[in-house]
Design a protein around this ligand. Sequence first.
Ligand SMILES: Nc1ncnc2c1ncn2[C@@H]1O[C@H](COP(=O)(O)OP(=O)(O)O)[C@@H](O)[C@H]1O
Ligand SMILES: [Mg+2]
Length: 448
Amino acid sequence: MAKTYKKNAQNVYKVPLYAQFLAWWGLVFGLAVLFLVIGYFVPSKLCQFGIIGLWSLVAILTIWRAYILTKSVIKAGTIGKYITQRGAEKAVTKSLLATMSVNRLQDTPFISVPSVRVCDSRPSRISVEVEKLAGMYDIERLTEDINSSFKGKLGCYAVTSGMITTDGLTYKFVLEDVATDKTWRPATLKQMKQPSHVLTLQEGLKINLADFPHIICWGKSGAGKSTTLISLLVQSLMWSKSEIYIVDPKNEFSAMSEFYPANRIAVEIDDVLRMLSYVCDKISSRQKIVADGVKTHQKMGLRAYDLGLSPIVVMADEIGSLVASMDSKQKKEFLALVTQIVQKGRSVSCFAIFGTQSPKTDTTLSSDIRSQFATKILLGLASGENQRMAFDGEVARKGNIERFKGFYVSDGKTEQPMLFHVPDLHSHGLNDLKIIKKAYELGFSGNQ
Ligand SMILES: Nc1ncnc2c1ncn2[C@@H]1O[C@H](COP(=O)(O)OP(=O)(O)O)[C@@H](O)[C@H]1O
Ligand SMILES: [Mg+2]
């Protein structure tokens, strides 16, 4: 709830005494002491009642306050976090008050300052929620106010995205440690090895596809899509007995054909459609296996992952340009196959990892298909419209985005866009063909 501040004689806005808990507590406590003193010198029935009544009120107010405080500390997790959060809430409120009080239109004896809630989930992020009051200033200005309030040990945290909740009542901001580079920079192939179904996207961000299926990466040319996809390819090739089907319209992976099964890379449209049909057949046969598993284990909701089936991945780079070169019949067939894969694949360990241009220019994938992807990455500086399309109405902060960076949302990890860093495979030569070959051989032999 918003708090009302009143201008005092020095033209400074303060919460008036009558709206402060401590003032009321002090008043009741003072009266209780006064009655005690009077009762001592002039004992009377009225005084006795007064003493009992007032001291009971002091006790009730104190217990109530202690209860609220304990609840807040429990919610925060630790006393340290509670103190950090309260400190940050106070600092943000002070900053909002300062902006609102210099606003001439607000030159009134009273100002309503929105309530602020801070949640400290460091090192991943700090979330700030600000109540949206009528006629409040815009998200960019609020961002500045919030950034200026985080100082000292929290100084490296800055707003990376802001949005208004769908009910229009609250601004939500995510602050991340922008001083620490979260780019994943593995030094050896061994460091890229992950347990089956698990993928590392950046430092501190791992995804288990069984729980959060399908990944899509949007970005203009040169933004780092292929690099992101290659990192995911190398990791998934190393999963024991995994099957990775590569859709390669730009013929970027053809050099792999010297060691890779020919039926798992498709460049031409007909081959792509044939390969995807084959994957869909696999999905159907796996659905039978899973159904049998449910009967045998008498467990509903069983997945291929729970039965130990190895993952299948359809990795497709530049699907927009592929679809652009299709006739309408091919396009229809392609979309039907992709829909089957993203809808039915999740329970049978068959996943899509797609890379394509911006959601606005590449309208191949309908919002229904897009919503099936648990992890969505938008690389580079993107317009608000692209952000809304990529993140289902959630808008990341506009502003400068460095090269090889972007935003992501990931079900179960973050509801709001957070900074994404394209993995760096170049520094240690891990984007080399020899590395991809070695990764494939490791996975093929089931060598874990
Ligand atoms: N994290 C990174 N650090 C340095 N260079 C990178 C990084 N990611 C990609 N690159 C380089 O940038 C160029 C474009 O990357 P690429 O992944 O091919 O982009 P896209 O597929 O979006 O066009 C490539 O030459 C690649 O070597
Ligand atoms: Mg590319």
